[in-house]
Design a protein around this ligand. Structure first.
Ligand code: COA
Ligand code: AMP
Length: 637
């Protein structure tokens, strides 16, 4: 089939408002938009200004009203606990209404914030949807973050309530959430009025009297009372959620998502990008704590009337490298979306694909990869094993959906390995040099998107308009700065090579080296430090720290290394995967005192590099090389 991509992209370019107005017809509005795009509103204009709607109604009620009450909305498959549960749209409505009744009874109203700190259980989705139903703003915090990160988010968005669970389950341990929640609230300046806790049999917890309530008990009581909670109409431009993501410092950025534009873009993407029809099973093997989970475990598949999979497990080890294929066969999954790391992990365990052959994957049409650069080897291996097209697509927490993709529903374009293909309608991608001048094809530069951003992209940062402007709009006036570096080729294919800031990507998780440096510099023996992202065959990148000790400290460096590793785990969380730190005498710097992190990264990755002209003392690079070579040798021997 020839691709309709160019025709569709052109129709958007010619009349963006008509394009999105048409896409908006797929959404139920309680009040239509006065303006499809209002350039005067917000930081760069707002989509669907004046419209009213409710995201929960569009995800749940309307499918119950229009022929899908008995269709599974959610399939929970938890190889880590052995649990499985199918929830129809009718049952989903009843769960969400009951929880919304509990929240409303406890005082949650439109505009209130609610933090959701939960593992991959269906209640996490019920919580998000119940908030959306009431017009409350949820903020989901990933379970792998430590108490301190949770406290930072509590202070920033000041939630009226927190919905959590007694524990999450990792292959090697039960992660007790309750002590983390208590610790976070001990540190936090702001206190929620109440917490709801899902008690899990794998690790129930004591509830704090007067603050904590048993989620399941209250929901059961609300179901028995049969209280109906109608969806609350909200402005299309009102916030649906806040999702914190790494910035260049320890302070995360609260990405705001609206209700109207978000639904329009996500609904459009389900057919055009993912080639999925209502009624089909769509599986995003991620976590609700990340943007992929928000968009493609929860909102997009439900908006589209699909069945979504809530998978509580890992690609390998729960129980083996065949678990993805088992889930695809058992639940008749049409498209899988995951991070390249998951495939690298499977390939490492099962290079010959012996597990793949044991399952019937004939239902599956496409594999989608995102979250990090997809290396051609992994793409080829996945293609060979599964015999379906593998689509790499590029996006960010800030955008909620793909900036660039190979749109399966419009007809696939020829694949160029290493490129997530072309800009999606809504995005005009350009490459600028550091002075803001456009560069030609096949030339590396800053990847920017011409304003306005399309529907679903962040309108601002939570309570931080100025930070939003400084972070994204000021450096290249008229454009959104993606902070990714890359190029366009002469056919408009985009290549995303690296970040232009200090953010690294570990197993598809976005982490701030700045945040890790802030933690290390709090160690009493550390005078200065640098954290870089070293290339890693499995996870793409792994953080690596270098610390210089205060003069006169003669403690065992091994002890200090262990303490540094423990500090990062305690302050940021296990997800930081901070496992390597070197004690060095000095850090390489420019004459003005800037640490040469990029040069250090080249050394660690054994890449060629040009000696920076501004380096203060080139001999320090030899010291760094010496340390790295010593560690490499130890690893080999
Ligand atoms: N709650 C608590 N801890 C968590 C957690 C959670 N929800 N998720 C991860 N962690 C912990 C892990 O247990 C691990 O702890 P450890 O240092 O004690 O072993 C640490 O955080 C690092 O986790 P991760 O980077 O996921 O590595 P891993 O070694 O546990 O697993 C993979 C490796 C490849 C199996 C895993 O990274 C994976 O499934 N990746 C797929 C990519 C993906 O889903 N990306 C999401 C964005 S699309
Ligand atoms: P996050 O906000 O966590 O989704 O991370 C977004 C960042 O991940 C982007 O800015 C990129 O650096 C990287 N990224 C995501 N998808 C891709 C991809 N397909 N190719 C290359 N990098 C990607």
């Amino acid at each position: 089939m020839t691709s309709r991509y160019h025709e569709v992209y052109k129709s958007w370019e010619e009349d963006p408002e008509a394009f999105w107005a048409k896409a908006g017809e797929e959404i139920d509005w309680s009040k239509p938009a006065e303006k499809i795009f209002d350039p005067e509103m917000g930081m760069y204009g707002r989509w669907f200004a004046g419209a009213e709607t409710n995201t929960c109604y569009n995800c749940v009620d309307r499918h119950v009203e229009r022929g899908r009450p008995g269709q599974p909305a959610i399939i929970y498959d938890s190889p880590i606990t052995g649990a499985k549960r199918t929830i129809t749209y009718q049952e989903l409505l009843s769960e969400v209404e009951a929880l919304a009744a509990v929240l409303r009874e406890k005082g949650i109203e439109k505009g209130d914030r609610v933090i959701v700190y939960m593992p991959m259980v269906p209640e996490a989705l019920f919580a998000m949807l119940a908030c959306a139903r009431l017009g409350a703003v949820h903020s989901v915090v990933f379970g792998g973050f430590a108490a301190n990160e949770l406290a930072t988010r509590v202070n920033d968005c000041e939630p009226k309530a927190i919905i959590s669970a007694s524990c999450g389950i990792e292959p090697n341990r039960v992660v007790k959430y309750k002590p983390l929640l208590d610790q976070a609230l001990d540190i936090a300046r702001h206190q929620p009025e109440f917490c709801l806790v899902v008690q899990r049999e794998q690790g129930p917890c004591e509830l704090t009297e007067g603050r904590d309530y048993d989620y399941l008990e209250l929901v059961e009581a609300a179901k028995n009372a049969g209280t109906k909670v109608p969806p609350v109409p909200v402005a299309a431009t009102d916030p649906l959620y806040i999702l914190y993501t790494s910035g260049t410092t320890g302070r995360p950025k609260g990405v705001v998502r609206d209700n109207g534009g978000h639904m329009v873009a996500l609904k459009w993407s389900m057919k055009a990008i993912y080639d999925i029809d209502p009624g089909e099973v769509f599986w995003a093997a991620s976590d609700v704590g990340w943007v992929v989970g928000h968009s493609y475990i929860v909102y997009a598949p439900l908006l589209h009337g699909c069945t979504t999979i809530v998978f509580e497990g890992k690609p390998v080890g729960t129980p083996d490298a065949g678990v993805f294929w088992r889930v695809i066969e058992e639940h008749k999954v049409s498209a899988l979306f995951t991070a390249p790391t998951a495939f690298r992990a499977i390939k490492k365990e099962d290079p010959q694909g012996e597990h793949v052959g044991r399952y019937d994957l004939s239902q599956m049409r496409t594999l989608f990869l995102a979250g990090e650069r997809a290396d051609p080897d992994t793409i080829r291996w996945a293609q060979d094993q599964l015999g379906v097209p593998v689509v790499d697509h590029w996006w960010q927490t800030e955008t909620a959906w793909a900036i660039a993709a190979n749109p399966a529903g419009l007809g696939l374009l020829p694949v160029k390995y290493g490129s997530p293909t072309v800009a999606m309608p809504g995005y005009k991608i350009e490459i600028l040099d550091d002075a803001g001048h456009p560069v030609g094809p096949n030339t590396l530069g800053n990847i920017v998107v011409k304003l306005p951003l399309p529907p679903a992209c962040l309108p601002t940062l939570w309570n931080a308009d100025e930070r939003f402007k400084e972070s994204y709009l000021l450096e290249f006036p008229g454009y959104y700065k993606t902070a990714d570096a890359g190029m366009l080729d002469d056919e408009g294919y985009v290549y995303v090579m690296s970040r232009t800031d200090d953010i690294i990507n570990v197993a598809g998780h976005r982490l701030s080296t700045g945040a890790m440096e802030e933690v290390l510099s709090n160690h009493p023996d550390v005078a200065e430090c640098a954290v870089i992202g070293a290339a890693d065959a499995l996870k793409g990148q792994m953080p690596m720290g270098f610390v210089v000790l205060k003069s006169g400290r003669d403690r065992d460096p091994l002890e200090i290394q262990k303490e540094c590793i423990r500090l990062v785990r305690e302050e940021i969380g296990p997800v930081a995967a901070f496992k390597t730190v070197h004690v060095v005498h000095r850090l390489p710097k420019t004459r003005s005192g800037k640490i040469l992190r990029a040069t250090m990264r080249h050394i660690v990755d054994h890449e060629d590099f040009r000696m920076p002209a501004t380096i203060d003392d080139p001999a320090i690079l030899d010291e760094i090389k010496g340390v790295v070579e010593h560690v490499d040798q130890m690893r080999v021997s």
